[in-house]
Write a protein that binds this ligand. Structure first.
Ligand code: HH2
Length: 282
C-alpha cells in the first residue's frame, strides 16, 4: 500500500483503539482452527476490518495456558502469507503476535507495522534491537513464567506493583535498544500467569500502569477468568468480554485486544462518549 508505516501508525484520537485478533493457528483457546487456512484467515480479517478494527493482530502460535512453543519456520509459514495478502488490501496497522525475532523480521519485511511480544522481548534477545532497527512499534506484555506452566501456581505479593515495575523496566530496555517512546505500548498480560483475583486487581489498578506514560493495551477477550466469574463457556463469553473491555477503557486502557470487534466497538461507543465528558474515570 502507498501509506507508510509512520502514516499507518497514526491511531484515532478520542476513542479507545480496537485491536482485532486474527489467530492463524489450529489450537488457540477461543478460535483455534477456524482461521488456520490462509483464505479463512483473510476472510476473517476482512470481517474484522468491516466491523471497525483499528489494528489487526496476526498470530501464528497459541500462547494459551499449557501451550508448547512451535518452531519459527512453522510460525513464519503461518503468518507471513496472511500478512502479505492483508498488506495489499488495507492501510490499517498490522501487528504480528510473536516472541521470535526471526518471525517478527519476516512479518515486518512483508508490511507489518508492529510486533506484539507477549514476553516483552525477554524470550528472544534479538527482538528489541530488531524492532528499533526497523522503526516498528512494539507491545510489551507482562507474563509470569511461560505459557506451558504459567497457570500452575501464579504467585505475587503485590500484583499491580510487580507488573508495573516489570513493564517500566522493559520499556526502559526498549528505549535503551533505540525504540522511540511513542512506539511502545504496555500490556498487563491478563491471564498470563495470573489467577482470577490477579486479573481483577490489574483491571482495578490499571491507572497505575497508565501512569507509566505509555498507551496501555488490555486483552481480556473470552479469557478463563471471565468464565470463572460468569460461568459462561468460552464461546459464550461475549457479554463478559464487553464488560471487561468497557471497564478497562474506563480505567484508561488506550487499546483493547478482542475477538468480537463489532460488538466491542458498539459497547465502547458508549464508554468513550462518557469518558469524553469526564464522567467515567475516578
Ligand atoms: N492474549 C493472547 C495472545 N496475545 N497479546 C497481548 N498483547 N495481550 C494479550 O492479552 C494477549 C496477547 C491470548 O489470546 P488469544 O490470541 O485469543 O489466544 P491464543 O494465545 O490461544 O492464540
Amino acid at each position: 500500500m502507498a501509506a507508510t508505516r509512520v502514516e499507518r501508525r497514526r491511531l484515532p484520537e478520542g476513542r479507545t483503539v480496537v485491536m482485532g485478533i486474527l489467530n492463524v493457528t489450529p489450537d488457540s483457546f477461543a478460535d483455534g482452527g477456524r482461521y488456520a487456512a490462509p483464505e479463512a484467515a483473510l476472510a476473517h480479517a476482512r470481517r474484522l476490518i468491516a466491523e471497525g478494527a483499528d489494528v489487526i493482530d496476526v498470530g501464528g502460535e497459541s500462547t494459551r495456558p499449557g501451550a508448547l512453543p512451535i518452531d519459527a519456520t512453522l510460525e513464519r509459514a503461518r503468518v507471513v502469507p496472511v500478512i502479505a495478502a492483508l498488506r495489499a488490501e488495507t492501510t490499517l496497522p498490522i501487528s504480528v503476535d510473536t516472541t521470535k525475532a526471526e518471525v517478527a523480521a519476516a512479518a515486518l519485511a512483508v508490511g507489518a507495522d508492529m510486533v506484539n511480544d507477549v514476553s516483552a522481548g525477554c524470550f528472544d534477545a534479538g527482538m528489541l534491537p530488531l524492532v528499533a532497527e526497523r522503526g516498528a512499534a512494539i507491545v510489551l506484555m507482562h507474563m509470569q513464567g511461560d505459557p506451558a506452566t504459567m497457570q500452575d501456581a501464579p504467585t505475587y505479593g503485590d500484583v499491580v506493583g510487580e507488573v508495573a515495575a516489570f513493564l517500566a523496566a522493559r520499556a526502559a530496555a526498549a528505549r535503551e535498544a533505540g525504540i522511540a517512546a511513542e512506539r511502545i505500548w504496555l500490556d498487563p498480560g491478563i491471564g498470563f500467569g495470573k489467577r482470577c483475583e490477579h486479573n481483577l486487581a490489574l483491571l482495578a489498578g490499571l491507572e497505575r500502569l497508565v501512569d507509566l506514560g505509555y498507551p496501555v493495551v488490555v486483552g481480556a477477550s473470552r479469557k478463563g477468568f471471565l468464565g470463572a466469574l460468569s460461568g459462561d463457556p468460552v464461546d459464550a463469553r461475549l457479554p463478559a468480554s464487553l464488560a471487561a473491555a468497557v471497564l478497562a477503557a474506563a480505567r484508561g486502557a488506550r487499546v483493547v485486544r478482542v475477538h468480537d470487534v463489532g460488538a466491542t466497538r458498539s459497547a465502547l461507543a458508549v464508554a468513550d462518549a462518557l469518558a469524553r465528558l469526564g464522567r467515567v474515570r475516578g
